[in-house]
Design a protein around this ligand. Sequence first.
Ligand code: PLP
Length: 369
Amino acid sequence: MENSRSKHWKLATRLIQAGRSHEPGAPLNPNITLSTGFSAGGDFGYSRNNQPNWVATQSALGELENAEALLFSSGMASFNTVIELLPLGSKVVAGDVGYSGIDKRLKELAAQNRINLTLVPTANQGAMINAAKDAALVWLDTPTNPTMRIWDIRAISAATSGLTAVDNTLAGSLHQAPLDLGADISMHSATKQLSGHSDLLAGALLTRNPDLLTKLTEIRTLTGAVLSAFDSYLLLRGMRTLQLRQERASANALDLAERLSSHSKIAKVWHLGLKTHPDFQLASAQMCGVGSVFSIEIKGDAQAAEKVSEATKLWSHSTSLGGVESQLERRRRWANEPIGVPENLIRLSVGIEDVEDLWQDLDQALMQS
Ligand SMILES: Cc1ncc(COP(=O)(O)O)c(C=O)c1O
């Protein structure tokens, strides 16, 4: 496999080149290798340990954050792999609002005494720094899904003697580099922006620490939460256009957030690019762009927010985020959503459609609440 990093190309170019071979006669895209076993003596043995499609896709992922990357069968599988690093009863610290699946799993693990969990009020940097000091793992969901608050990655990573892992799904690698800020692990639900077309589940862990990489690889092999060759191929295909998609979706998101700020039916807009956001300064210092996901609180209760979600014709009323199509949902419609998420909050994942079409559809839906 070519080492595209050594060529000093810009990221857009490296993303297009990663995992490609320039050998005479080589296919432009890696073939989908379905074999589970490989003849002895070569680079591959058994496809739960390693396989050619992972190598290509992991090399593209590594380009994004200048790290080594490992693929998993979902974002949740990558999170659970980080937990497996910890001895029984280890102290884990996280915010009291974050992605609901991880929040629920952390609480389950604590109930089983697998971990000793401390949940800190979200965006309280001082309390997090204090709690982090003797933690074995600090798990930072920043920007928090779906309330869009910020954790200070640099200050918190510096405060702990344990590991700091950042869920980088919402920001995306183009906007936030947790490993540059001192984190040990950057995690992604590659189901979202990285793949970008809402048609596969995948997860990724990125690290620059060779010992951690070895341990995480071993856990993946033994727990078996591996990605199929086909999904690995599709993910790489999606990543080729990551930068273009993200630029367009982020510009659409900021445009809509600005318009929504003065909408008669809106109580609050939680977009980190707005100067009115309480974490605007920290986000500007820590991120270079804020991505395509933001949240709104509408004037009214849960029912009014449901009505808006159901009234759109272009925006898809569905869960998940990061696809080329715009999606929205009231997050508290899910029983597992942390109670710190307001009942009237709607999360918007902005796609790459024409922004005027998106605005008109959202406006007519809001006017029905
Ligand atoms: C911020 C965040 N982290 C992790 C996950 C879990 O990822 P997956 O659904 O790929 O398991 C999600 C899924 O919505 C998410 O939004």
